[in-house]
Design a binder for this molecule. Structure first.
Ligand SMILES: [Zn+2]
Length: 160
């Protein structure tokens, strides 16, 4: 169960899942990097976007009001919580992945497990670039194993 932070971190590309999220989370995701992650995860079939049913939305709102946090939880947070409750009711093993303290708190209160993206130690999708360690040449197109300029073997390094 992912909120926007989990998508931003590229979780669905790093583990087979399946991961679930809600339509409002998808709407919140606007930056180009996260959009690309959404598209790729959809292609891989690892991320399912689902709306919680009305009954579980009410259940999630009840949890929020019992905690006195109904004003602190956004509509998206409530939706995430509701879908997590619904998935658990269909006996799935649900973990809510979020960095939002209010949502972590509400999940714990509802008896759901949560994990924060930060503690998972994931800091976004890493990109690599190919370069020649001998002459510093950086091919703009993917090329063969050796440097077209000096013949040295090419290497890979994380892109800054
Ligand atoms: Zn070279």
């Amino acid at each position: 169960m992912l909120d926007a932070a989990g998508i931003f971190a590229g979780l669905p590309l790093q583990a087979p899942g399946p991961f679930y999220t809600t339509p409002s989370v998808v709407e919140e995701v606007k930056d180009e990097n996260s959009r690309r992650i959404l598209e790729r995860s959809a292609t891989l079939g690892r991320l399912k976007v689902r709306s919680p049913s009305q009954g579980f939305m009410e259940e999630a709102r009840r949890v929020a009001s019992e905690l006195g946090v109904e004003v602190s939880l956004s509509h998206t947070d409530v939706e995430v919580l509701a879908l997590a409750l619904e998935l658990r009711a269909s006996s799935l093993d649900v973990v809510v992945v979020t960095d939002d303290y209010m949502l972590q708190n509400a999940s714990t209160y509802a008896g759901l497990r949560f994990m924060s993206v930060k503690t998972l130690g994931i800091r976004g999708v890493r990109r690599y670039e190919v370069y020649c360690p001998a002459c510093g040449y950086k091919p703009s197109e993917p090329v063969s194993e050796s440097c077209p300029r000096c013949g040295h073997s090419l290497a890979r390094r994380p892109k800054a």
